[in-house]
Design a protein around this ligand. Structure first.
Ligand code: ATP
Length: 621
């Protein structure tokens, strides 16, 4: 029995095996209310019924650690809705196929989950008035881009790279100059090329089927695979250091040739874009040879750009911040609004203390000195210019190589470093109890799920996510259709916004959308870290239950009144049980009068100004 309820929340334990509790028989049983034990189908049914009855948007929010079973549960929700709602337009199959594509491009093997989604997903399903599925939209956000070129030992990059290398037919292999996965640095660096019991070639065939069934043309498919191959070759490009200032030139080998030909540009142009950068000196732009780290940065930025199409960065912090935001949504609905409603409606209740993550959220969002604002501020600060020379103040405006032009140049090199950023955090955030101080270049945050240490190394740069003008220029000139599309998309985007504020904007939009819905929450729990059935690690499970407030929810559910109906609603539903000559205009008096006809113990309900409140299982809703 993997499902249980904590008040309105469904708790789902990952069984790590097929539990044979799904399929049409179970769906029918839950639809016809022949069973009432907790199940993902029961949650989906409640959402569907409320949608149809109240004509209000519904949301089902799945949360839990990586590998806890969110993706699997989401599939079951979809299965139920399709089966109950009917699906005349083949939406389900399209969503399945889209999921297959998203998994190829957005899932990877991590040390925790062999098929971990490295992005957030919002699936919107539209229903007609008759309750039939009429369409669906899948929105994705915050892909972990750095996985394309940087891997932890034992983990893999996105499935698509391995699938393409092992499954592509010879005609595509030749066209893309493809080799086996082991030949690419992006893939072989972590000593993990295969996944136990997973056939990448088969994955590629399934991907092709999905692409065809969604009517992605053969040409478009080829364009996409060409970019994937280009990224692999980009990762193999190496640099030779020329002098003791670490200046480099690109090694002229098959990697640069193949990457350039796949992108559709001259190898010499790609070499130039990767090995030099332009700086502004006065009115002029001067080309400078890049140092090794700059060149590696430019190469990896290009790979990231091609793979993700969108900007993002310093993924851990952003993902954890997003989880805190969603946790606040959960707390607001299940604790704060719940108890507030009792208060406003004049109901006696025992207040349940709960762990609020508002303090942690403030650490991120508070203005002007929250983590996100400080990060933004530091990412913008230009280099402070030393205006004194030999103890004399220099005039601020003079020519030709005057201070202003130097200032101009220097301003492009921000002075704020990851270390000054860490110090700013210490200075402004120490009074927040969720801030756990700065140690060296790292700082600690007490999240809902425990303390996390963040290394500030590279933070500011990732937040700025600079796009080298040369890279965009290079893409513009490429013959390939996709590189040019990327360039024009990037050219039309505003580059003023930092990654942090863009992400915060996305997150607020998501929560705003969720606020217009009636929420249903499912918490997925991982019973053990070994991914095996039948093993229950008590401490780890308890920790997951604690961190999301499940225990407090049980208390609220026990002491609270989960069923509530407005006086009008109650009168409308149960008024027919009353003698016909009963005429009373006032819904409050009417509903109380009706209620008194029933045999309900007084401690089982309370009468509020606006609503009637019942303990669990007293009336049917
Ligand atoms: N209800 C279930 N029945 C059987 N196996 C399951 C179930 N839920 C999860 N699993 C197993 O656990 C694995 C991990 O689950 P899943 O990918 O859904 O986790 P997740 O929470 O979406 O992880 P991530 O956040 O890393 O994407 C699945 O591949 C599957 O093997």
């Amino acid at each position: 029995m993997i499902y249980s309820k904590a008040g309105p929340l469904l708790v789902a334990i990952n069984p790590f095996k097929d539990i044979q509790q799904y399929g049409i028989e179970y769906i029918t049983a839950y639809r016809q209310k022949l069973v009432d034990s907790p199940h993902v189908y029961a949650t989906a049914d409640a959402a569907y019924n409320t949608l149809m009855r109240d004509e209000e948007n519904q949301s089902i929010i799945l949360s839990g650690e990586s590998g806890a079973g969110k993706t699997e549960v989401a599939k079951r929700v979809m299965q139920y809705l399709v089966s109950v709602g009917g699906d005349r337009n083949g939406v389900q199959s399209q969503v399945w196929q889209t999921n297959c594509i998203l998994e190829s491009f957005g899932n990877a093997k991590t040390s925790i989950n062999y098929n971990s989604s490295r992005f957030g997903k919002l699936i919107k399903i539209d229903f007609s008035e008759a309750g039939i599925i009429s369409g669906a939209t899948i929105q994705t956000f915050l892909l972990e881009k750095s996985r394309v070129f940087q891997l932890v030992q034992g983990e893999r990059s996105y499935h698509i790279f391995y699938q393409l290398c092992s499954g592509a037919p010879s005609e595509i292999r030749d066209k893309l100059q493809l080799k086996k996965a082991k030949n690419y640095y992006d893939l072989n660096q972590s000593n993990c090329l295969t996944i136990h019991e997973t056939d990448d070639a088969d994955g590629f065939h399934k991907l092709m089927e999905a692409l065809y069934s969604l009517k992605i043309s053969k040409e478009d498919q080829e364009h996409i695979f060409t970019m994937i191959a280009a990224i692999l070759w980009l990762g193999n490009i190496s640099f030779q250091v020329l002098d003791n200032e670490n200046h480099i030139e690109v090694v002229d080998d098959e990697a640069i040739k193949n990457a350039a030909s796949l992108l559709g540009c001259d190898a010499s142009d790609l070499m130039l874009a990767l090995s030099t950068h332009k700086i502004q000196v006065g009115q002029n732009k001067v080309v400078k040879r890049s140092a090794l780290q700059q060149a590696i940065g430019a190469r990896d930025a290009l790979a990231k750009l091609i793979y993700s199409l969108k900007k993002n960065g310093f993924e851990e912090l952003c993902i954890n911040y997003a989880n805190e935001r969603l946790q606040q949504h959960f707390i607001r609905h299940l604790f704060k609004l719940e108890q507030k409603e009792y208060e406003l409606d004049g109901i006696d209740f025992i207040k349940v203390d709960f762990v609020d993550n508002q303090e942690c959220l403030d650490l991120f969002e508070k203005k002007p000195f929250g983590l996100m604002s400080l990060l933004d501020e530091e990412s913008k600060v230009p280099k402070a210019i030393n205006l004194t020379f030999a103890n004399k103040k220099l005039p601020l405006v003079e020519k030709p190589v005057g201070l202003m032009s130097l200032l101009d140049e220097e301003s492009k090199v921000p002075n704020a470093t990851d270390l000054t950023f860490a110090n700013k955090l210490r200075q402004h955030l120490s009074s927040n109890s969720c801030f756990r101080g700065v140690k060296g270049g790292a700082f600690g945050v007490l999240h809902s799920v425990g303390e996390v240490l963040y290394d500030t190394n590279g933070f500011l740069e990732k937040n700025r996510d600079p796009l080298h003008a040369e890279t965009i220029q290079l893409l513009k000139l490429c013959k390939g259709q996709l590189p040019r599309a990327f360039a024009s998309k990037l050219g039309s985007q505003s580059h003023n916004q930092s990654v942090a504020s863009e992400f915060k904007g996305q997150l607020f939009k998501l929560v705003q959308q969720l606020e217009t819905t009636t929420p249903h929450f499912i918490r997925c729990i991982k019973p053990n870290s070994k991914k095996v059935p039948g093993l229950y690690e008590n401490e780890a499970v308890l920790e997951q239950l604690r961190s999301c407030g499940v225990l407090e929810l049980v208390k609220i559910a026990r002491s609270g009144y989960p069923t509530r109906l407005s006086h009008q609603e109650f009168t409308r539903r149960y008024g027919f049980l009353f003698p016909e000559d009963f005429t009373c205009q006032d819904p409050f008096t009417t509903s109380v009068a009706i209620l008194q006809q029933f045999d309900i113990l007084p401690e089982m309900y309370q009468v509020g100004y606006k609503r009637l409140y019942f303990r669990a299982f007293q009336v049917s809703t």
